[in-house]
Write a protein that binds this ligand. Structure first.
Ligand code: 16G
Ligand code: ZN
Length: 525
């Protein structure tokens, strides 16, 4: 049974402030770092139960991603590198909010509901981003793990996708799953796709002054001569602050270059976010207009390339792209009408996209904000493998190229580093620059805004967040505004990570998109 004394003693050390109420949101718990100590301790406890329940290693990542440096966050990673199962989010929220005196009761409750055998071993992999608060907070997680008799292996500084990767690999039987094995795997895959540098292969990477900077340096050392990378916004060498005026979220929302970057037309630039699980590219056109190549453009590039390889290999696959309501209308049209690929739209949040992608033999999913990856069905992977030994050499080679391409992608989760390698490999294969890539389709001008409201939960949405059902009348208001704009589209949704309502609008011109967003925003107040 649970060692009450040990748990309670440590729970005192990580006591909960009486007023604190939090819930396990889209990306775990997020908040001001100095209000989270008890949450991290309790997530250590929960990770032990989850590990015993799944009889597998569980990951715990300490990061608040693209949020300000003063924030922090924690999320659990399930055995195959997926996000924590939804039922357990409910336990997480419950456990986070009970008083110290009820922790044992709550833990026992989970043990009973999930039929957990406490004799099982529990091992938890932990890692953290570069926030100053992350060290103490990951210690709180480890205290929680120790309190329930679990074993923790701390990987120290890592990107979020790296922790997903090592967790997944270890549970698949790779006993030496390590940061090093991550670099070796992705660098080798990349090197077999890109044997020599092309002239245009200089990429400047804005690492948001986060953990992506030192990790990308390491990956680069493993890749050697097949690409030129310039690391920008590396807090280890400059004095920039994490995510401040830089990073994928900043570039995507502001539609402008990160701090300190002098851009030249049609050169290649990209940004990671603070924990390196999002990627967006950008450049300038010849008139020095800013051109963003976001998650939608990356998904389109992936789909285009995979489709070509499938055709070359004479392979059939159910290929699909999963997007959210934020996907630019032009990208959806391009995928559906030009590529004739099946497109699905789901609610915001990686877990929803990942889940839907698994309906396809090959599922490409991307949020417009740059988080995404490709999933492959195990049965289809076997079919692909058998095709690589086919007698027709051209087809076998195409199948091999597809196989190698898929292995440069981190299937467990969206990964800025591996997605960047995948983009670079495709551009190399097609002999394309950002100009050709961006010409796949022209984005509809769009605008995102956030609105502070008294209570964002009064807004309820349906149809993958594209429409509101509450408060009544709001959707009618939006509909009649949208009808006044050429190619107008707009939706509102309560944020899952901040106390705001988000507004999205697109239309034929930037002025119209801005104006539609403004008007819809004022409906929400
Ligand atoms: C989190 C999600 C991301 C989503 C974003 C939306 C994960 C790992 N991350 O960062 O997918 O786009 O939240 O935030 O699920 P919002 O609800 O505040 O708009
Ligand atoms: Zn992130």
């Amino acid at each position: 049974s649970i060692n009450d004394i040990k748990v309670l003693k440590l729970a005192e050390v990580h006591a909960k402030p009486s007023k604190s109420m939090m819930s396990y949101g889209t990306a775990g718990f997020r908040g001001k770092a100095n209000e989270l100590d008890h949450i991290f301790f309790r997530m250590g406890l929960l990770a032990v139960l989850r590990s015993k329940c799944k009889k597998a290693v569980i990951g715990v990542m300490v990061t608040a991603s693209h949020n300000p440096e003063e924030d922090n966050g924690v999320k659990l990673i399930d055995p195959h590198g997926e996000m924590l199962q939804q039922e357990w989010e409910v336990y997480a929220t419950k456990l986070a909010n009970v008083g110290n005196d009820e922790i044992i009761k709550e833990l026992n409750n989970i043990v009973k509901l999930e039929n957990i055998s406490l004799e099982e071993q529990a091992t938890i992999f932990t890692a953290r981003d570069t926030r100053p608060s992350s060290i103490a907070l990951s210690q709180a997680v480890k205290d929680g793990i120790a309190a329930l008799g679990g074993t923790s292996k701390d990987f120290g500084l890592m990107t979020t996708p790296q922790l997903h990767y090592v967790t997944c690999m270890f549970n698949c039987g790779e006993t030496d799953a390590s940061e090093e094995s991550y670099y070796t795997h992705f660098a080798d895959a990349f090197k077999s796709l890109v044997k020599e540098k092309s002239d245009s292969s200089i990429v400047t990477v804005d690492c948001a002054n986060g953990v992506g900077a030192p990790k990308l340096q390491k990956l680069y050392e493993h890749i050697g001569g097949s690409i030129d990378l310039v690391v920008h916004n590396n807090a280890e060498v400059g004095n920039g602050k994490l995510n401040e005026n830089c990073g994928a979220d900043y570039v995507k929302i502001q539609q402008q270059a990160p701090v300190g970057l002098n851009m030249e037309p049609y050169h290649r630039y990209c940004s990671f976010d603070g924990d390196a699980d999002r990627l967006v590219y950008y450049t300038l056109d010849s008139d020095c207009n800013f051109i963003l190549l976001d998650g939608d453009k990356i998904a389109s590039l992936f789909a285009h390339h995979i489709q070509e390889l499938l055709a070359d290999a004479k392979l059939e696959a159910k290929l699909g792209v999963v997007q959210t309501a934020y996907a630019n209308g032009s990208s959806t049209n391009f995928l559906k009408d030009k590529l004739k690929v099946e497109v699905a739209c789901v609610k915001t949040g990686v877990k929803h996209l990942h889940h839907k992608a698994q309906d396809f033999d090959i599922g490409i999913y991307f949020e417009a904000n740059g988080h995404g990856t490709v999933t492959v069905k195990e049965s289809w992977r076997k079919l692909l493998a058998s095709k690589t030994t086919q007698t027709n050499e051209d087809e076998a080679n195409a199948a091999k190229r597809l196989q190698t391409f898929l292995s440069v992608i981190n299937e467990a989760v969206g990964d800025a580093m591996s997605d960047m390698l995948a983009v670079e490999a495709i551009l190399h294969a097609k002999d394309w620059g950002v100009r050709e890539w961006s010409a796949l389709y022209t984005e509809l001008p769009n605008r995102q805004m956030k609105v502070k409201v008294a209570d964002r939960t009064v807004i309820e949405t349906t149809d993958a967040e594209t429409r509101t059902v509450k408060p009544s009348g709001l959707q009618d208001g939006i509909d009649s505004l949208v009808a006044q704009y050429v190619n107008g589209r707009s939706f509102v949704r309560p944020s899952g990570t901040e106390d705001v309502v988000r507004v999205y609008a697109e239309s034929d011109t930037q002025e119209n998109a801005n104006s539609l967003a403004d008007k819809v925003s004022s409906l929400v107040y």
